[in-house]
Design a protein around this ligand. Structure first.
Ligand SMILES: [Zn+2]
Ligand SMILES: [Zn+2]
Length: 511
């Protein structure tokens, strides 16, 4: 090996390392079935230790196979790939709202780009080819798809940070992998096929170093291939990208960003909570043994969870009324019985949707609660009055006033339009900023100008009193923009465009 490193083909020649791990775990050929290939790898990685992996890939090598001068060359080689990676990532993050686009993409599209990344990395000139995957437990589709895809955004951010922190080769820290950093190496002595015996060192240190370089090279190529797959799709307006790009281009960026944020806090599955004490298995920690009501399970195939016999007994006086007769739960927050279980609790955009439900002791929240907010920040007396009226009548979307002072209740039927109107309304009522005021005004003008007792001027006058003298200017500017885009109003256009990504919003109506 040492004699070959001056040769340009040094890295190429090492492609001959046999695919020991792929063989050991009996992994399907990627060309045959990429999804199966990925699933099998993830299972193999999850069930192995770093020591297992290192031992297996170096079965025919020993520590004297590589020399310290090889390492210098490998370092240089790694850094040159990492320079490319850093450049691509900087472009990706600086131009064009990468994270928003990514988060809004359909999950099957996300999976496809990640698989492209994994395939690219497996074909890259590393020593162990696809086997290098086993050195990178963080590079799995399931990790990257967590929190609606935020897993990948966080990973890429970390890769860029680590690359930019130094001009030397960058090594992504990983505690699982580092456990193999200085293992004693008794196993070569036991391998009868390693002959003739060379001088054997006492540890796997050098091998670990080479494997770590290859681990990081695999990661670098994963990032390159997946990023290029996404960039290519954006540039060519690929089939799966069209809906998202359309949404980005035809709506104000902040709406797309808010929605992308909402997606990151979607839960993959409902929480389990004790029906009595409301704790989750995580709350209780180690040794948590949840049970289900067996009568409900057998008769209704319905699961009511309890953390203990004690809690089941305590809850019995309530539960017995429905037990085995009707599938009724308390609908605790985040559980299957909560119609909003998919939404997490920590995200501000989601809070906007959930808000106020809890204040009145209801654990369920519904569309009518969106955008009802205590009036915070600096507001005109007219806006304070509006906020108070909205707080008192949650089914109304806005209150308009005729010239003679009569109140007109404005109520939106379309669930998608209602949601976006109310998100805008909430932003205006809680923040000192006025983002979304134009969209709200434009929509009300379109729908309500012809209402008996109202007119365009009357509505504009009211909105200026509530939200400032330049409100008219802002609304007119948006109306012009909508006309140019061939939309009737921003909100209606948005509902139509977003349906490519989120469906027709009818699910909101059932809340
Ligand atoms: Zn309990
Ligand atoms: Zn029961």
């Amino acid at each position: 090996m040492a004699s070959k490193i001056d040769d340009d083909n040094a890295v190429e020649t090492t492609k001959d390392f046999p695919p020991l791990l792929s063989k050991k775990f009996n992994i399907t050929d990627v060309k045959q079935d990429a999804l199966k290939w990925n699933k099998e790898w993830e299972a193999a990685i999850a069930s192995s230790t770093a020591a297992d992996v290192l031992k297996e890939i170096s079965r025919f090598l020993d520590d004297s196979f590589f020399t310290p001068s090889d390492i210098d060359f490998f370092h240089e080689d790694l850094r040159s790939v990492q320079n490319k990676v850093a450049e691509v990532l900087r472009n990706l993050f600086n131009e064009g709202h990468f994270d928003t686009i990514w988060l809004l993409l359909d999950v099957s599209e996300k999976r496809r780009h990640i698989l492209e990344g994994l395939k690219g990395a497996s074909e890259a000139p590393t020593f162990w080819g696809p086997d290098c995957r086993a050195l990178c437990p963080e590079v799995t589709t399931s990790n990257f798809l967590t929190q609606g895809g935020k897993g990948l955004v966080d990973f890429l951010t970390r890769v860029l940070e680590v690359s930019e922190s130094s001009i030397k080769p960058a090594f992504l820290p990983n505690s699982w992998w580092e456990q193999a950093s200085n293992l004693p190496n008794p196993w070569w002595e036991q391998a009868p096929d390693v002959l003739p015996q060379r001088e054997i060192s006492q540890s796997t240190k050098l091998l670990f170093e080479v494997a770590t370089i290859n681990r990081n090279k695999f990661i670098a190529h994963f990032v390159l291939s997946s990023a290029l797959s996404i960039i290519g799709d954006i540039a060519n307006r690929g089939e799966g990208m069209k809906g998202v790009l359309h949404l980005m281009e035809n709506t104000e960026g902040y709406v797309a960003r808010a929605l992308a944020q909402v997606k990151t806090s979607f839960r993959d599955k409902p929480l389990i909570r004790c029906e009595n004490c409301t704790k989750t298995p995580e709350d209780i920690g180690q040794g948590a043994r949840f049970m289900v009501c067996s009568v409900c399970k057998t008769k209704l195939n319905f699961e009511i969870h309890y953390c203990s016999k004690f809690c089941q007994k305590q809850d019995w006086s309530l539960h017995k009324r429905a037990c085995g007769k009707k599938p009724v739960s308390k609908g605790l927050s985040g559980t299957k019985g909560d119609s909003l279980w998919a939404f997490g609790e920590s995200n501000p955009a989601v809070e906007l949707i959930r808000n106020c439900g809890k204040k009145e002791g209801r654990s369920l929240t519904s569309l009518r609660d969106i955008g009802v907010n205590p009036c915070k920040g600096k507001h005109s007396p007219a806006a304070e009055r509006q906020a108070q009226m909205l707080e008192d009548d949650r089914d109304a979307d806005y209150f308009l006033f005729t010239a003679s002072g009569e109140t007109v209740r404005f109520v939106i039927d379309d669930p998608g339009a209602k949601m976006i109107f109310r998100i805008n309304r909430g932003t205006i009522m809680t923040q000192t900023g006025d983002t979304g005021l134009d969209a709200m005004g434009e929509y009300m003008l379109k729908l309500m100008s012809g209402y008996p007792g109202l007119s365009r001027n009357i509505i504009l006058k009211q909105l200026c009193e509530e939200h400032g003298a330049d409100t008219t200017k802002k609304i007119v500017r948006l109306e012009k923009k909508s006309r140019e885009r061939g939309k009737s109003t921003f909100i209606e256009g948005w509902v139509k465009d977003s349906s490519n990504v989120f469906g027709d919003w009818s699910w909101l109506g059932s809340l």
